[in-house]
Write a new protein. Sequence first.
Length: 96
Amino acid sequence: MLEMAQALQAHALISRQDMARLKLICEAPPEYTAEKVTAIRVGKAKVSQSVLASMLNVSVSAVQKWESPSSGKHPSGAAAKLLQLIDKKGLEAIVT
């Protein structure tokens, strides 16, 4: 999908703004460390573990494990993508 959008942009058929949005949607989220998950929750989202868990549709236990360096657990899939959006765009990106 991203390659097709890049071809469209090369022919001026898609705007830079739309291309930037597509890149954000299509890019794979990074692997989040425990410290980074905590920084996003406390610094960017400014919510409790239970609120973040609810927003990401995961258990509070999952968020606790992600924030514990000794657990070795990291967010993946949709949760990682939503964290990426919160990190880049703020909580407003997933809350309407």
